[in-house]
Design a protein around this ligand. Structure first.
Ligand SMILES: Cc1ncc(C[n+]2csc(CCOP(=O)(O)OP(=O)(O)O)c2C)c(N)n1
Length: 316
């Protein structure tokens, strides 16, 4: 059997064989070396204007492109060399563009931030933060209008998130069901404030992340943004008690494997922090209190009609 790289934990179900591993490594290295050379050329005065490097972030472009087809599209911001090369542009023509030469992808008229290669469906390099998000939606709309099944991958940094285009484009994408994947290369903060993503099903991870944010917010008087990745087991409301109107029962059952209560219980038992007897005592205590709450509510009388006109915060 062919050797495979063990899969990382996570949602990916893709196997990685030697050929794919070679391709991924090759494409990432190509971008890395290309940019090292571009930086050198810049220092030598061969590249005019701006030059934003992508070094260290190659995995995003290469990993994403590796699951695209040739008829799919990519569009990016000004940090675009990696996305353009990964999509298959000729490195010679990309370098020539950086140098402002006639054989460049945009005939030397665009430079580093304005690469464009129709032959590989790379829709640009865009210098204005957030400006290409609606273009991605537009390209996706065209695909849908023409009845094709291609997709658009739109890369951008988290700096675009506070821009109106971000909200407008994602909203239109959702409403019109456009085939576009918005991929944020997150480097630091979202909305210009400290932000973190956390597994919302892991109570200990949430303690850690929120604990950090509370300390920072208290100390620096700055807002924080936390994205807790969760899964609600029940429906939107009791109109959908089974929670299966917009998702399948199988999906819900699968996600229940991540039940935060079960996970904490198992971890605590495994680590010997709690015993079975402790867990049973907790369960009994909780059940008693809930039974008591129901009995209390059952025993409480209906409010009299005159209560309709009283202020609950006023002293009797
Ligand atoms: C509308 C707009 N405002 C400001 C700028 C100036 N600008 C260039 S890069 C940049 C930061 C963008 O950060 P981010 O999107 O997170 O990408 P990163 O550079 O970190 O990869 C800004 C504000 C711009 N190009 N466009």
């Amino acid at each position: 059997m062919a050797k495979t790289i063990p899969e990382r934990k996570g949602p990916s179900a893709l196997g990685v064989d030697a050929e794919l591993a070679r391709r991924l490594l090759h494409d990432m290295l190509l971008i890395r070396r290309f940019e090292e050379k571009a930086a050198e050329a810049y220092a030598l005065g061969k590249v005019g204007g701006f030059l934003h490097l992508y070094i260290g972030e190659e995995a995003v472009a290469v990993g994403a492109t590796s699951v695209l087809r040739a008829d799919d599209y990519a569009i990016s911001a000004y940090r675009d060399h990696g996305h353009c090369l990964a999509k298959g542009a000729d490195p010679r023509r990309v370098m020539a563009e950086l140098f402002g030469r006639r054989d460049g992808l945009s005939k030397g008229k665009g430079g580093s931030m304005h690469l464009f290669d129709r032959s590989v469906n790379f829709l640009g390099g865009h210098a204005i933060v957030g400006a290409h998000l609606p273009l991605a939606a537009g390209a996706a709309f065209a695909i849908k209008y023409e009845g094709r099944d291609a997709v658009v991958v739109c890369y951008f940094g988290d700096g675009a998130v506070p821009q109106g285009e971000f909200h407008e484009s994602l909203n239109l994408g959702a409403l019109w069901k456009l085939p576009v994947i918005y991929l944020i290369w997150k480097f630091g903060q979202t909305y210009g404030i400290p932000s973190e993503k956390v597994d919302g099903m892991d109570v200990l991870a949430i303690r850690e992340v929120v604990g950090r944010a509370v300390a920072r917010t208290r100390r620096d008087k700055t807002p924080s943004l936390i994205e807790a990745d969760t899964y609600r087991f029940r429906g939107h409301s009791m109109r959908d008690p089974a929670g299966a109107v917009y998702r399948t029962k199988e999906e819900v059952e699968r996600e229940k494997q991540r039940d935060p209560i079960v996970m904490l219980r198992e971890r605590a038992l495994k680590a010997g922090i709690l015993t079975e007897a402790d867990v049973q005592a907790i369960e009994k205590d909780v059940n008693d209190r809930i039974d008591e709450a129901v009995a209390f509510a059952d025993a409480s009388p209906e409010p009299p009609d005159e209560e309709l006109f009283t202020d609950i915060y006023k002293e009797d």
